[in-house]
Ligand binder design. Structure first.
Ligand SMILES: Nc1ncnc2c1ncn2[C@@H]1O[C@H](COP(=O)(O)OP(=O)(O)O)[C@@H](O)[C@H]1O
Ligand SMILES: [Mg+2]
Length: 332
């Protein structure tokens, strides 16, 4: 057992800097995700009762419970590890544990370039977006590397500017001397004390931010974010879940509807507020890459993300949105 109270083989995996996720589907079905993509390991954790006991021990270590009455838990463990566990009857096949490892050290834009996430032209373009104080969203599927790229980019912000980082759980690693953090929290057992991302975006406006950074825009806070970005705070950024950059307008519309905004209002506000969408995807080789940097354009009430730079089979090249993005960059 290690400090984390996990079997030694598991602790070695969780400490491996290449590993991003460890997924325990059963005592003999442990999968690991890392630099080379997802693979199954020949690791044996005993029986289902041992997996359940492991999940319960870790939940208890984080001050949480996991039992028949509360069969799911999402807990932050020491060492920047997040554990999700679910036990029967909700997981009918037996206890399931998902570990996500957050790197203790952030990655710089140069690290990402060296690892093949972006080529040097793309990296220059991204640094240019930050320097020109273009508001942007980083889009992609879960695990595409959105938070990591956002962290690298906000670390490029000039030290004369103040960043307010708003998150549901601390995931962004910013290397910047003047950033402050706000973290949302759930209601307690009596239903009190809820602090939402929407509340925090509103609060942040009173904290003299130069730039607001929202870890993930995933709900009705999109309304406050778009309002904030349309009233100053240039150079703000967020991540958003979308399977392609072309899907970002529809995702924004869906989030806006949660806040009672109609599609047209979201389209008009987003076109004015957001200068760029940076989309990340993961190739069959397991490497996370910036696939497109797009400009948001409004035609009538239709919002679309038009690639200004995109990755094709032969490498990166400019796209039809180039002129619009270049115009934003020139404004600095
Ligand atoms: N460009 C990258 N190269 C290598 N590993 C990465 C890269 N981006 C992210 N990772 C790793 O992948 C995992 C998921 O990254 P994260 O940024 O949290 O994704 P997302 O925010 O899209 O869900 C993390 O463990 C992170 O360290
Ligand atoms: Mg993320």
């Amino acid at each position: 057992m290690s400090v984390l109270q996990v079997p030694v083989a598991l602790s070695a995996l969780l400490e491996d800097p290449q590993v991003t996720d460890v997924l325990v589907n059963g005592p003999d079905a442990v999968w690991v995700d890392g630099a080379g993509g997802m693979r199954r390991l020949a690791l044996h954790l005993g029986d289902a009762a041992a997996v359940r006991a492991l999940a319960q021990r870790l939940a208890a270590q984080a001050g949480r419970r996991l039992d028949d009455a509360s069969p799911m838990v999402d807990a932050h463990l020491p060492g920047g590890i997040r554990m999700h566990a679910v036990v029967p009857p909700v997981a009918p096949g037996g206890p399931l544990i998902s570990f996500r490892v957050f790197r203790r050290e952030g990655m710089t834009l140069a690290d990402l370039e060296a690892g093949g996430t972006v080529d040097s032209w793309g990296a220059q373009l991204l640094a240019g977006l930050v320097a020109a104080r273009v508001n942007f969203v980083v889009s992609g599927a879960t695990g595409a590397g959105k938070t990591t790229l956002l962290s690298a980019l906000i670390s490029l912000v000039g030290h004369d500017q103040r960043l307010v980082i708003i998150e549901e759980a601390q995931e962004i690693i910013a290397s910047h001397p003047h950033c402050v953090r706000l973290e949302a929290r759930g209601a307690n057992a009596e239903g009190r004390g809820l602090v939402t991302l929407t509340d925090l975006v509103r609060e942040s406006l009173r904290m003299r931010p130069d730039r607001i950074v929202l870890g993930e825009c995933r709900g009705p806070e999109v309304r406050e974010v778009l309002t904030a970005l349309n009233t100053g705070h240039e150079g703000s950024a967020a991540t958003i879940h979308a399977n392609s950059c072309e899907d970002v307008p529809a995702r924004l519309a869906a989030l806006g509807s949660l806040a009672g905004l109609d599609q047209r209002t979201v389209a008009v506000q987003a076109a004015a507020a957001l200068g760029a969408v940076v989309h990340l995807g993961r190739g069959p080789d397991g490497i996370r890459r910036v696939q497109a940097i797009a400009a948001l354009q409004l035609a009538g009430s239709e919002l679309s993300a038009v690639p200004a730079w995109s990755l094709g089979p032969g490498g990166a090249g400019p796209g039809p949105g180039w002129a619009a993005l270049a115009q934003r960059l020139d404004r600095c």
